[in-house]
Ligand binder design. Structure first.
Ligand code: NAI
Length: 338
């Protein structure tokens, strides 16, 4: 019985894979949900990442097709495809970083919490697989509602006895990417020069951009602050409505996921000073999980930064964010504990 679909790159006539000789430098990465709207461009971008030596693409549909396609790219990473639940464990074995964009996306009129019913079960199954096959891997969880799926993953890992809070990261990078873009637009700057910390969580009012801490240092009028905060909080909905039933952000999300995954891999490699925002187990507030800047290292989120000074507008926003976040976290925890 094959444990991966036959479209692994290479042919019967191959004289051997140079990349296998002497162990090509780089990390082993798995994408779970690789055939989806996010998964496909994410797979393409990870195949282009020089830090990746092996790329496993898992999905419950169409993994062979996506794998065949991606495997023809003339970049270093070896690509293997895995289809369906019986191949989940093989897909995850030996993996350093698991990226999870599996599950249904929003349609117009839906909140991220409306996805809970379907995605909670999907995330549980995948995390049970991780606990068995690669308990030491770093996990980048994209599936929504992130505010609840990260607590679900934590409970699954606790049950399995494999939980390491530093290695479980909810991906909020798209909020930062959007914030950098929208703030740069208002300031008339190149978005690559702008750094906006976004804290809290990943849904509506829990997305809290700290405009008082933008780099380069700048100030905003009340009107600009309200416009930017609203646009950053509703960036996802902007895309859902524009796509009018055809899904949510996929291309900008794939970009953000790769930006975050690359930071995790640089951390794993031992690079100094790798800092990004993520939704992690945290003592920054009284809540058990919270998104802030974290320093990424060999062990995952090795250091979690404090919020720093907030202005009055942000203090009010923080209270609103915490109320909604507390309920979403609780919902995730009790899904496993009940
Ligand atoms: P999609 O429906 O296009 O793709 C999802 C993929 O997951 C499909 O290929 C599907 O077959 C697969 N899948 C379903 N059940 C699975 C299972 N048990 N194991 C493995 N794969 C499974 O959806 P899209 O647009 O790619 O979005 C995926 C998720 O990412 C959604 O939950 C969405 O809400 C979330 N998302 C998160 C963002 C963030 O900032 N964290 C931003 C945008 C979307």
């Amino acid at each position: 019985i094959m444990d991966c679909v036959k479209v692994e790159d290479g042919s019967a006539l191959s004289r051997g894979d140079c990349r296998a000789k002497g162990g090509a430098p780089g990390f082993k990465v798995a994408i779970v949900g690789a055939a989806g709207g996010i998964g496909q461009p994410l797979a393409m971008l990870m195949k282009m990442n020089p830090l990746v030596s092996v790329l496993h693409l898992y999905d419950v549909v169409n993994a062979p097709g996506v794998t065949a396609d991606i495997s023809h790219m003339d970049t270093g990473a070896v690509v293997r495809g895995f289809l369906g639940q019986p191949q989940l464990e093989s897909a995850l074995t030996g993996i350093d970083l698991v990226i999870i964009p599996a599950g249904v996306p929003r349609k117009p009129g839906m909140t991220r919490d409306d996805l809970f019913k379907i995605n909670a079960g999907i995330v549980r199954t995948i995390c049970e697989g991780i606990a068995k096959a690669c308990p030491k891997a770093i996990v980048n969880l994209i599936s929504n509602p992130v505010n609840s799926t990260v607590p679900i993953a934590a409970e699954v890992f606790k049950k399995a006895g494999t939980y390491d809070p530093k290695r479980l990261l909810g991906v909020t990078m798209l909020d930062v990417v959007r914030a950098n873009t929208f703030v740069a637009e208002v300031l008339g700057l190149d978005p690559r020069e702008v750094d906006v910390p976004v804290v809290g969580g990943h849904a509506g009012v829990t997305i809290l951009p700290l405009l008082s801490q933008v780099k380069p240092p700048c100030s905003f009028t009340k009107e600009e602050t309200e416009y930017l905060t609203n646009r950053i909080q509703n960036g996802g909905t902007e895309v859902v409505e524009a796509k009018a039933g055809a899904g949510s952000a996929t291309l900008s999300m794939a970009y953000a996921a790769v930006k975050f995954a690359d930071a995790c891999l640089r951390g794993l490699r031992g690079d100094a000073g790798v800092v990004e925002c993520a939704f992690v187990a945290s003592e920054v507030t009284e809540l058990p999980f919270f998104a802030t800047k974290v320093r990424l290292g060999r062990g995952g989120a090795e250091e979690i930064y404090q919020l720093g000074p907030l202005n009055e507008y942000e203090r009010v926003g923080l209270e609103k964010a915490k109320t909604e976040l507390a309920a979403s976290i609780q919902k995730g925890v009790s899904f496993i504990k009940k």
